[in-house]
Design a protein around this ligand. Structure first.
Ligand SMILES: [Zn+2]
Length: 153
């Protein structure tokens, strides 16, 4: 069982299309593909929208890490994966990266797994010391501690 994003419907093989998706993903899929890939809905895929609590958790995390590229549909499936503790099925790298950071298990549709994961380090803006994720204030200089993407290739 998975939580399915738009790419899962566009590229996913039928045996992968099992689990849950959200109403915003369904609208995206309909506008891109028509009804063709939606035969699974109500059969092996159920439509459920996440509770506001989980949407807020995702939105807060996106603000913290400065991620602005996710669509409303992306946010909805990530929140649903958090809520249901199910792996997220997506080929969207930005979405995969954020999901992994939030502790959500991710599977790629075309390649089977995540190839590249963007990691963050938490750095004091004042003195440059590094801290555990979630640290807000530097105990040494009092500066603000913010997440910064580590560049990997
Ligand atoms: Zn500092």
């Amino acid at each position: 069982m998975f939580v399915l994003d738009t790419s899962a419907f566009l590229h996913g093989k039928p045996h992968l299309l099992k689990g849950y998706t959200t109403s915003s993903v369904l609208s995206e899929v309909k506008s891109l593909e028509g009804e063709a890939t939606l035969w699974v809905v109500g059969e092996t895929v159920q439509v459920e929208d996440p509770l506001p609590y989980f949407i807020k958790r995702v939105e807060r995390f996106l603000r913290e890490v400065g991620e602005t590229r996710l669509s409303e549909a992306d946010v909805s499936v990530l929140a649903l994966a958090l809520q249901k503790k199910l792996p997220l099925l997506t080929d969207d790298y930005n979405l995969q990266n954020v999901a992994v950071q939030m502790g959500v298990e991710v599977r790629g549709v075309l390649f089977g797994e995540v190839k590249r994961v963007l990691r963050f380090e938490w750095v004091c803006e004042g003195c440059g010391r590094k801290y555990r994720p979630g640290t807000k204030t530097c105990p040494v200089c009092g500066g603000r501690v913010r997440p910064r993407p580590l560049r990997t290739r």
